[in-house]
Design a binder for this molecule. Structure first.
Ligand code: FES
Ligand code: FES
Length: 171
């Protein structure tokens, strides 16, 4: 059962809109100007700061979230475009204090370095493993090629996704 969490401000001005969407299974409502980016809405209006802002040009993948099950870049989408959508962010991966298996795999295989790109990597990896539960290393690298790691340590990230796939196949 979902609950509704309202934003701190409840009355939009004439040039603002109320945006209602479901985030990590919970209905959320906030106020956005028409030009407000989805990533800024998540971070500043809904206080979900796990989604990071890197390039703000759709290049680095730091802002990756899932919208209706599809990977999207929340820095090149407007919050108003997400009206009524189901959004998944990194905050929704763990359940009841237990890390998601992909998060565990990143921890175990040293895919975490500074962690800045990690939220986007996790959401992309989750989607990859749903589409292709047993990806090869080249397939993992290809799929994650739109997610740039500034620490440039892709070996641990790729190993983590491979490990998560193996764990998943044994579950
Ligand atoms: S911040 Fe969105 S792709 Fe870089
Ligand atoms: S872990 Fe530092 S940017 Fe990727």
């Amino acid at each position: 059962m979902s609950t509704t969490v309202s934003s701190r401000r409840i009355e939009p001005t004439d040039d603002q809109r109320i945006v209602t969407l479901k985030v990590n299974g919970v209905e959320r409502r906030g106020i956005a100007e028409p030009r407000m980016l989805l990533v800024d809405f998540l971070r500043h209006e809904l206080d979900l700061t796990g989604t990071h802002v890197g390039c703000e040009h759709g290049v680095c993948g730091a802002c990756t979230v899932r919208m209706n099950g599809e990977v999207v870049r929340s820095c090149i989408m407007l919050a108003v475009q997400a009206e009524g959508a189901e959004i998944e962010t990194v905050e929704g991966l763990a359940t009841n204090g237990k890390l998601h298996p992909i998060q565990e795999a990143f921890r175990e295989k040293h895919g975490l370095q500074c962690g800045f790109c990690t939220p986007g990597m996790l959401l992309a990896a989750q989607t990859l493993l749903e589409e292709n539960p047993n990806p090869t290393e080249p397939e993992i690298r290809e799929y994650l090629s739109g997610n740039i790691c500034r620490c440039t340590g892709y070996v641990g990230i790729v190993a983590a996704v491979k490990h998560a796939a193996e764990q998943q196949s044994q579950a």
